[in-house]
Write a protein that binds this ligand. Structure first.
Ligand SMILES: Cc1ncc(C[n+]2csc(CCOP(=O)(O)OP(=O)(O)O)c2C)c(N)n1
Ligand SMILES: [Mg+2]
Length: 579
């Protein structure tokens, strides 16, 4: 077989089950080899969409994402998606042809391009190394949680290679990947595979800080999405409240101590309780400006601990009292054992520090539980409806959708002024119910994100929440939604503008002609692609959504919501402080 076929076969045999892409001459054979060996191939309409679909699929399935693109322009079209995946440490392989002849129209410096956005450039260098080089790329993606651009030079792709299986590759080198089963679940390293574990002294300090804390809060990030059970147990033993960063939204859903997202999307109650914590432990969470509201959610005297697999992540955004390198689940389990053996765990009997007059532990008091029940959800917050004159208040719209849409849903949110409404007012069932591709803060990724997420979780109703700007930027993938027969609900929050810019610059008297647009008929556009569509200009129009939900859902639904947008959203002001 030729090298291109061997590369596809290696990936299929390594455990890849789904790949995304746009096929041209330079990735035709490798893509067909994937398909021939049982991999589902999803043809997108733009490489940017394909890459973000693969990214979202990886995040929501826990598998390595694969995207296949043509050399040169196929790769440049994919760059924004690659940057997002690389910043999010998504295990992803971008298979790309490579024109090594500088006279080729397709020639660019693909290594420099990949490196410039934080991806790891690798290459299949010769026929004899095809299996080894591909396995090495797979291992870099899976074990190191990196986004890899695997260059497949056009001349090397055509060379012949004798297939001898994954173990015992050509030239008799030992398996380049070791045990393949170990690389099938990125982000869930076993204890033995953890590159480092915290020292006894570090663990001892964390145990002491937790034992001393009266109001501890755990903030879980992407690196703790596999550690729910361990963190909940440790929280109960230490009286901690639970919160997440936006990318881990839903992780503690159903837990009575769940504060939901920390940061710009936090409820006033969550912000207050986090600010009043005397100890915050960040589990696999960068504590960036969004999660901490530029540090304002961290009290002046609050001690800060960070646990992360990656040593270079410690203390980057906020100075920490203590930083531990290790897997979050393993570390939480070890700390729990240590607390139990020193008798510091706060069971109902051993709770020496529960506040007087209640049976609480640490921050887990009867009073706090009652407040979380009453004020813990955005849906319960009173507000003045600003809809009317053919426009719906985006809060009324989103609360209405939250009531109507089935709880088993998977929500993807694009970027813009509107983004907080779906992120705050749409409940999700767990951390695999929310996909947030916002590490690069690009608009236009939301629809592709929803497609990748939908394929990872076909049991859930996919919901894409987009602004009118982001929707039109990524619109080519409406075709992919229809072609795949996804029962998706696409909600367009249409303010006929780049609202983020309008609200940022408008109050200062700047001209806004460059960021305002005439009306676009999204319902007609969507219908043209084969969607069902509902235009919403007031709460009564949501009946159309209820109708669609009752029906066969054999066509996706686009909800064109004409939203009121006289002023910017409250989280946007916060966001622009970071510019
Ligand atoms: C690719 C890209 N281009 C431009 C921007 C700058 N930008 C941020 S928000 C925004 C407006 C988005 O408009 P829309 O999707 O309608 O959402 P809205 O802000 O109106 O709610 C723009 C242009 C960006 N973040 N990413
Ligand atoms: Mg807009």
């Amino acid at each position: 077989m030729i090298v291109a076929e061997a590369v596809g076969r290696v990936l299929a045999e390594a455990g890849v089950d789904t790949a995304f892409g746009v096929v041209g001459s330079g990735n035709f054979h490798v893509t067909n080899a994937l398909v021939a060996h049982g991999v589902r191939f999803v043809a997108a309409r733009h490489e940017g969409g394909a890459t973000t679909m693969a990214d979202a699929y990886a995040r929501m399935s826990g598998k390595v994402g694969i995207v296949s693109v043509h050399q040169g322009p196929g790769l440049t079209n994919a760059v924004t998606g690659i940057a997002e995946a690389a910043k999010s440490r998504t295990p992803l392989i971008v298979l790309t042809g490579e024109a090594t002849d500088v006279r080729s129209n397709f020639h660019i410096d693909q290594d420099a391009l990949a490196a410039s956005v934080g991806a790891v450039p690798l290459r299949v260098t010769e026929a004899g190394r095809a299996v080894e080089d591909t396995l090495s790329a797979y291992r870099t993606a899976a074990r190191d949680r990196r986004t890899v651009v695997l260059n497949l030079p056009l001349d090397v792709q055509q060379e012949l290679v004798e297939w001898r299986g994954l173990i015992g590759e050509p030239h008799g080198t030992p398996s380049a990947v070791g045990s393949l089963s170990a690389v099938k679940s990125p982000g869930t390293l076993s204890d033995a595979e953890s590159p480092r574990t915290p020292s006894a002294a570090e663990l001892g300090t964390l145990v002491r800080l937790l034992a001393e804390a009266r109001r501890p809060v755990f903030v879980a990030g992407r690196g703790a999405r596999h550690a729910r059970a361990e963190l909940e147990e440790l929280a109960d033993a230490t009286g901690a409240l639970l919160a997440t960063s936006a990318v881990a939204k839903g992780l503690f859903r159903g837990n009575p101590w769940d504060l939901d997202v920390s940061g710009g999307f936090a409820t006033p109650l969550a912000a207050e309780l986090i600010r009043d914590a005397d100890l915050i432990v960040a589990w696999g969470c960068a504590l960036n400006m969004w999660t901490t509201r530029h540090g304002r959610l961290i009290g002046e005297h609050t001690k800060l601990v960070q646990v992360d697999l990656d040593e270079s992540a410690l203390g980057v955004h906020r100075p920490v009292t203590l930083g531990l390198v290790g897997d979050t689940a393993t570390t939480a389990r070890t700390v729990l054992h240590a607390l139990a053996s020193t008798g510091d765990a706060r069971g109902p009997v051993g709770n020496a520090r529960g506040s007087a007059g209640d049976a609480g532990r640490g921050y887990q008091s009867v009073e706090v539980a009652a407040r979380i029940r009453a004020e813990g959800r955005w849906q319960a917050m009173p507000y003045d409806d600003e809809g009317g004159d053919g426009l719906i208040d985006p809060r009324t719209l989103t609360i209405g959708l939250d009531d109507l849409l089935p709880g088993e849903r998977i929500v993807a949110v694009d970027s813009g002024n509107f983004m907080g409404y779906p992120a705050m007012f749409l409940d999700v069932p767990d951390e695999r119910g929310f996909c947030f591709t916002q590490a690069f803060q690009s608009i236009g990724l939301g629809l592709a994100t929803a497609i990748g997420a939908a394929l990872a979780r076909p049991d859930r109703l996919p919901v894409a929440a987009l602004g009118d700007g982001g929707a039109l930027m990524g619109i080519a993938e409406l075709d992919t939604v229809v072609r795949l027969g996804l029962p998706m609900v696409v909600v367009v929050y249409d303010d006929e503008a780049y609202g983020a810019e309008v609200h940022h610059f408008g109050p200062h008297g700047h001209p806004l002609g460059t960021v305002r647009f005439p009306p676009a008929d999204f319902a007609a556009i969507a219908t043209g692609y084969g969607f069902a569509a509902v235009t919403v200009t007031g709460p009564g129009d949501l009946a159309g959504v209820a109708e669609w939900l009752k029906g066969p859902r054999d066509r996706p639904l686009l909800v064109h919501a004409k939203v009121a947008g006289k002023r910017g959203s409250w989280w946007l002001e916060e966001a622009f402080k970071g510019h």
